[in-house]
Ligand binder design. Structure first.
Ligand SMILES: O=C[C@H](O)[C@H](O)COP(=O)(O)O
Ligand SMILES: C=C(OP(=O)(O)O)C(=O)O
Ligand SMILES: [Mn+2]
Length: 459
């Protein structure tokens, strides 16, 4: 249970017992494990492994998020819809980190404020699904629930939930996070290098419209250099890990008592969010995650009422602690302008300041006649624009973006400057779950958001 070298100063037995209260509540989106004994053994093995993150880092993130909630920082959260074990390669991890760093530079300039960099990485392995089963032809099998649960291959053996995958999920998260830490601390994040990658993007004729912003950033960096800025200090960046807190046989054993404070921290990631499908107020997930000290996110879809939002605040952030609670809205481009303002207005009459982040992906899904799950880049941009408009209208802070992206040149979302069309989707469609923005589309989104942010900072 204990996760650091110092002895526990005090761990209240009631606090420890509370961490298992979720077991008595209704729970959604868990796999049908065939062998409960094997699951218990896997969870026990995970409980004996070292934490992946240190509670002190988690506290630091909470403080950073508090700044964003006040309007003094901006959150960039991005990565795969579903990480895979096979995809945890040096190249793919590097490309994703690189893309997030490139986006962060542009956003930092646009916002004139610090950008908190966070990956949907090193643990984003479990997926909630609309249906428990998938049918192909006349065969029906359990749905794919992410590599930490079962395999994607459409065979009965592969689709059976395998508890051995819980342990593999831990090890894959550990090696991914290790490489992320190496990249972000070891020189790869050097501001000048990241900026030179962006210059390459903006000088591509397809992205001409961003050349102006890229050369403004260039001038700013040259000014910093001339003024004697210490670029060695700018080689390292803070980078936080996050995933959906979904699979309880993994999240519970990764939750440990912090020896500094005697309080429970989920050490599988710095930040965990509760998904749209598992956020019932009296359900297992809300009960479990309200008890941990990590900053918590909650996805809010278009049907969220101000009453539900207020009750979520009361349960998840009873002390109104800055940085504790992030609402990640995923309304859909067509709905955000109607659905978000009432929530923001309700907040202004409460004593709460959650961080507001837009997820412009999950409300904009569509399936092509050929069966590809996709999203239109224009809808993604439209939802982000609607998010900024709603905040401008009500006077609240648009605090961040949450995006499904990859650093690779996949063809999963329609549009963008490469004008990916329906016929092109088949060329390189690799996601096992939702479609991601590719490298170019991600940078394009960052430049567009930077324009919005600079409007907001000049207003
Ligand atoms: O990532 C989110 C969900 O897991 C995903 O959107 C669900 O997709 P489905 O409707 O194909 O199950
Ligand atoms: C499942 C996800 O989102 P949501 O809960 O918003 O549907 C996700 O972020 O991949
Ligand atoms: Mn998704």
């Amino acid at each position: 249970m204990v996760d650091a070298t110092e002895p526990v100063i005090f761990a209240d037995p009631a606090v420890i017992a509370g961490l298992d209260h979720w077991r008595t509540l209704s729970i959604k989106q868990q796999p049908a494990w065939p062998d409960p004994t094997a699951v218990a053994a896997a969870s026990a093995e995970i409980a004996s492994m070292p934490p992946l993150v240190f509670a002190g880092e988690v506290d630091q993130l909470r403080e950073r998020l508090a700044r964003a909630a006040r309007g003094d920082a901006f959150l960039l959260q991005g990565g795969d819809c579903a990480e895979t074990f096979a995809g945890a390669t040096a190249d793919q991890i590097r490309n994703r980190v690189k893309t997030i760093l490139q986006m962060a530079v542009v956003l930092t300039y646009g916002a004139s404020m610090p950008v908190i960099k966070m990956g949907r990485m090193a643990g984003q392995f479990a997926k909630p699904r609309s249906s428990d089963t998938e049918t192909r032809g006349d065969v029906t099998l359990p749905a794919y629930r992410g590599d930490i649960v079962n395999g994607y291959d459409f065979t009965p053996e592969s689709r059976e939930a395998d508890p051995g995958r819980l342990v593999k999920g831990y090890h894959t998260s550990a090696s991914t996070l290790n490489l992320i830490r190496a990249f972000t601390q070891g020189g790869f994040a050097d501001l000048r290098m990241v900026h030179s990658w962006n210059k390459g993007f903006a000088s591509n004729p397809a992205n001409q419209r961003y050349e102006g912003l890229a050369s403004e950033i260039d001038r700013a960096i040259r000014f910093m250099e001339a003024a004697g800025a210490d670029f060695d200090e700018l080689k390292r960046v803070e980078f936080y890990s996050s995933h959906e807190g979904l699979l309880m046989d993994y999240e519970r054993p990764m939750t440990r008592i912090d020896s500094r404070t005697g309080l429970p921290y989920n050490t599988s990631a710095h930040f965990l969010w509760i998904g749209e499908r598992t956020r019932e107020l009296d359900g297992a997930h809300v009960d479990f995650f309200r008890r941990i000290r990590n900053p918590i996110g909650v996805k809010l879809g278009p049907s969220t009422t101000p009453e539900t939002m207020e009750r979520l605040i009361d349960v998840l952030d009873p002390d109104r602690e800055p940085g504790r609670l992030t609402f990640i809205t995923r309304m859909g481009a067509g709905k955000i302008r109607d659905a978000l303002p009432p929530l923001l207005e309700a907040i202004t009459s409460m004593d709460a300041t959650p961080l507001w982040v837009t997820d412009p992906m999950h409300g904009n899904g569509l399936t092509t006649p050929t069966g590809y799950k996709t999203r239109r880049f224009d809808d993604v941009v439209d939802e982000v624009t609607g998010f900024f408009e709603a905040h401008r209208q009500v006077g609240t802070h648009p605090g961040g973006i949450h995006v499904e992206l990859t650093g690779d040149d996949v063809t999963e979302c329609l549009g963008g400057s490469e004008m990916i069309d329906e016929a092109t989707l088949a060329t390189r469609y690799e996601s096992l779950c939702d479609p991601r923005l590719n490298h170019m589309q991600s940078l394009e989104l960052a430049f567009l958001v930077a324009e919005e942010l600079s409007k907001a900072s000049r207003a």
